[in-house]
Design a protein around this ligand. Structure first.
Ligand code: FES
Length: 197
């Protein structure tokens, strides 16, 4: 029987979320395609490394992610539930760098417990720090998994803040790109208060 809550088909939503994550670098999914197409910069602008504007991330539901492409890299924007945010604090002993001390992995404004400007939203380069594969977004909360990113080729695991777990091949947390909010739910990737990256 379908898993329903408040009239929403959670089973279907999970499928859509997986589909959006699975397309990875292609940059489009069931959830994200119509939304992304209207604001994707031209190929020429992308090639030049132009910042990417993302106008309405509030369309994401909790537990959903979308991919945008910046400088040819897949950048995932994830909307975290309060439960997912709360779970981050309890993972410290399982992580390699829970306090994000490796400074090149995120700007200073994301060097905090959620690795973000707004706790609700994670903005992260979805490239594994082992050999560069694109991890799969796994927002589901299971008995031994509080949600995060899983890289199937060599088994690296990251939490919902992109922090790497101990005992996996990846040596570092996923990279948080320079970004800033331009409105309540709009942001730009590739530039921040200090200027263009
Ligand atoms: S590239 Fe991700 S675990 Fe190897």
């Amino acid at each position: 029987m379908a898993d329903h809550k408040d009239g929403v088909d959670l089973g279907r939503r999970r499928v859509l979320t997986w589909a959006a994550a699975a397309v990875g670098a292609v940059g489009a999914g069931f959830v994200a395609v119509p939304f992304i197409k209207s604001w994707m910069p031209s190929a020429k602008a992308q090639a030049a490394g132009a910042p990417v504007e993302v106008p309405n991330i509030s369309k994401l539901q909790e537990g959903e992610g979308m991919i945008v492409v910046w400088r040819g890299k897949p950048v995932m924007i994830v909307r975290r539930s309060q439960a997912a945010i709360d779970a981050l604090a309890g993972l410290a002993t399982e992580l390699r760098d829970p306090d994000s001390k490796e400074i090149e992995q995120q700007p200073s404004y994301a060097q905090n417990g959620t690795r973000s400007i707004k706790p609700e939203y994670l903005v992260v380069v979805n490239i594994c720090t082992h050999l560069g594969c694109s991890p799969t977004f796994k927002p589901q909360v299971e008995a031994d998994w509080a949600g995060g990113f899983y890289c199937p080729c060599h088994g690296s695991k990251f939490d919902m803040a992109g922090r790497v777990f101990q005992g996996v091949p990846a040596p570092l947390n996923l990279v948080i790109p320079p970004h800033m909010y331009t409105g309540e739910s709009s942001l730009i990737i590739g530039v921040d208060e200090q200027g263009a990256a």
